[in-house]
Unconditional design. Structure first.
Length: 351
């Protein structure tokens, strides 16, 4: 099972949804950099459940503990282990589903691959695994800040509702983390309507990295956009990734798609800040398509582990829309990719 990501800045997440703890081991953080656990906690607080009516009611404090790699608030160069202990795990809630393949979940595929599966929630396939990603991303974010890189994200679509504005200061002012206040209100209504119907709804999350200098990324096989696609597609429930104008470029002509250059730099940023797999110095822009949450209370047809047809209704504490919590995870994965690219560029230049 692959639980590690990165080349020079490497993270390995651990733990299960209803096990004793979840967390991450970070290897490759250079020594001597100031790391604030309070800042890391703020990122975890953005990801945790029970924040509003549009998220899961599971009650987890998600308090981060540093077990190694930090001394007197600075990196030592040793692996950093960050952990949060599960406080509201209820594995018994899933006892009646242990022999059922839930539609939309990884139950069937884990069973096919390993011959067994952790039926407590979704085990490693659970969104709870992403706590370790966000904790590691918080460390990467602080390292990137020392070279002027800032990463921000928000929900830009829920169902048919699209954000028209990108007021990033608005993101933390509404429950859906949308950079458009008017769209946020409509998104919230749509999520609550889906929840009332015992259903769920998907959407799109956008992440922007500002301050990335030109020259980061390693063609040909480790292109910056390829690494971002890998990282973002690894997030549970993400089924699509685009960089810059992405799929819209497939409907354009070259004269419309190219970013013209002038004495003052690029006139537009349709390529999302990356050309040939290398950053251009413009904002790096990525979006992810997030599917509707698979756990819904409506009757669904499936089979049990013996292949017999059954009807299942998923009860419990689940998000009617995952986007508000995916924002922090997507930001974290972008931070991890950029931290790795930064270290590789330092190594190339001999810094």
């Amino acid at each position: 099972m692959s639980s590690a990501f990165g080349r020079l800045f490497t993270v390995t997440t651990f733990g299960e949804s209803h096990g004793p703890a979840v967390g991450v081991v970070i290897d490759g953080a250079p020594p001597g950099y100031a790391i604030s656990l309070e800042a890391a906690q703020r990122e975890l607080d953005r990801r945790r459940p029970a924040q509003s009516a549009v998220t899961s009611p599971r009650r987890e404090a998600d308090t981060v503990h540093a077990l190694s790699g930090l001394f007197e608030g600075r990196t030592t160069g040793a692996p950093i282990c960050l952990v949060a202990y599960n406080e509201d795990a209820r594995p018994a809630d899933y006892e009646k589903l242990k022999d059922v393949f839930r539609p939309g979940h990884a139950d069937f595929t884990y069973q096919a691959k390993y011959g067994l599966r952790d039926w407590r929630g979704s085990g490693r396939a659970s969104g709870r695994e992403t706590l370790g990603r966000v904790a590691a991303g918080a460390v990467a974010r602080q390292l990137l800040a020392t070279v002027g890189v800032r990463v921000i994200g928000g929900t830009v679509a829920v169902g048919e509702v699209l954000a028209e504005r990108r007021d990033w200061d608005e993101v933390e002012r509404n429950a859906v983390r949308c950079p458009d206040a008017a769209a946020a209100a409509a998104m919230e209504r749509g999520i609550l309507a889906a929840s009332e119907a015992r259903d769920s709804v998907g959407g799109v999350v956008e992440v922007v990295a500002a301050g990335v200098p030109a020259g980061w990324g390693d063609p040909t096989m480790d292109k910056l956009d390829a690494k971002l696609a890998h990282a973002l597609m690894s997030i549970p429930a993400v089924k699509g990734v685009e960089i810059g104008d992405g799929f819209a470029l497939a409907r354009a002509r070259g004269s419309q798609a190219n970013d013209a250059l002038g004495p003052g730099g690029f006139a537009t940023n349709r390529q999302g800040g990356i050309l040939g797999g290398i950053s251009t110095g413009q904002d790096v822009v990525a979006r992810v398509a997030v599917k509707p949450a698979s756990s819904i209370g409506r009757p669904q047809s499936t089979v049990d582990t013996s292949g017999h047809p059954v009807t299942v209704e998923i009860e419990g504490r689940h998000d009617p829309c995952i986007c508000p919590r995916v924002v922090s995870v997507a930001e974290a994965m972008v931070c991890l990719v950029l931290a790795d690219a930064w270290l590789r560029q330092r190594a190339l230049r001999g810094d």
